[in-house]
Ligand binder design. Structure first.
Ligand SMILES: [Zn+2]
Length: 81
């Protein structure tokens, strides 16, 4: 599994929408990949954060995903490279 395909599925992964097989392959990738893992931690922390906020949890998953994508883009824009 490549980094790109892992990141592509990261929201489904965090939402528990993937099949056990795909989930397992992502977990294995994240366990060894240095570039995906920090990204994944960022997503996970944010997901925990919004889970504590009822009004956002009540939002449909597509909206939550858009909010997360916005934060990811901002984060990426801040990164020097
Ligand atoms: Zn990776």
């Amino acid at each position: 599994m490549t980094c790109a395909s892992v990141l592509e599925k990261i929201y489904e992964y965090l939402d528990g929408e993937l099949t056990a097989d795909v989930e397992q392959r992502i977990r294995e990738h994240l366990a060894v990949c240095q570039s995906c893992f920090p990204h994944f931690r960022h997503e996970e922390v944010f997901l925990r954060f919004i889970e504590r906020r009822a009004q956002i949890v009540a939002a449909p998953p597509s909206l939550r995903r858009r909010i997360m994508q916005m934060l990811v883009n901002e984060e990426a824009a801040r990164r020097p490279e």
